[in-house]
Design a protein around this ligand. Structure first.
Ligand code: ZN
Length: 172
């Protein structure tokens, strides 16, 4: 079964302490694990998809969260540690789910990918709602518990349980 790695929202505004919606040290703490997974997927020649929050200046989401990841700003860029190359797919999104208003589903289907592995932030927001949309579309979803994080530890734990018990994801 062909598989892909989704690296979700590992962007300056969330992960760098100078970022406008810095989630705390937990974000940085998962970088080494994710780097390892990226290296593994590159070596196996399986696709890696970088999913990136990318908002309008006056995005509706800013009614709930402080402005962050505004298109074409430093904050919206992928952290430099991952050394993204030109062959890797970048998905820009404006909502929590990587499927909402993007070509992710089409891309995965064209590549014959049936299984997606998730890493990134935040466990209880963009990771969880991407997992939900993926499961409803019939994908096998695996979430690396050492590769996801949130500013809210309790919500992080809840999201992993919910993903496993309600959505049928595998937490590995
Ligand atoms: Zn956002």
């Amino acid at each position: 079964m062909s598989k892909a790695l989704l690296v979700i929202d590992m962007l300056n505004d969330f992960i760098d302490e100078k970022g406008s919606l810095f989630i705390g040290g937990v974000g940085k703490s998962i970088i080494p694990f994710i780097k390892g997974k990226i290296a593994e997927f590159r070596q196996m020649a399986f696709p890696i998809i970088f999913v990136c929050d990318n908002h309008e200046k006056d995005d509706k989401e800013f009614e709930m969260f402080p402005p962050h990841c505004i298109a074409n700003t430093w904050g919206s860029k992928i952290i430099e540690e991952f050394e993204v190359n030109n062959e890797e797919k970048i998905i820009k999104k404006r909502r929590y789910s990587a499927f909402y208003g993007t070509d992710l589903d089409l891309y995965l289907r064209e590549k014959g990918i049936e299984e997606i592995h998730l890493v990134g932030v935040c466990t209880n927001i963009c990771v969880l709602y991407t997992a939900k949309d993926a499961r409803e579309r019939g994908y096998v979803v695996k979430i690396y518990k050492d590769g996801v994080a949130s500013f809210d530890e309790k919500a992080h734990e809840f999201a992993l349980k919910e993903a496993e018990r309600t959505l049928g994801c595998q937490i590995i």
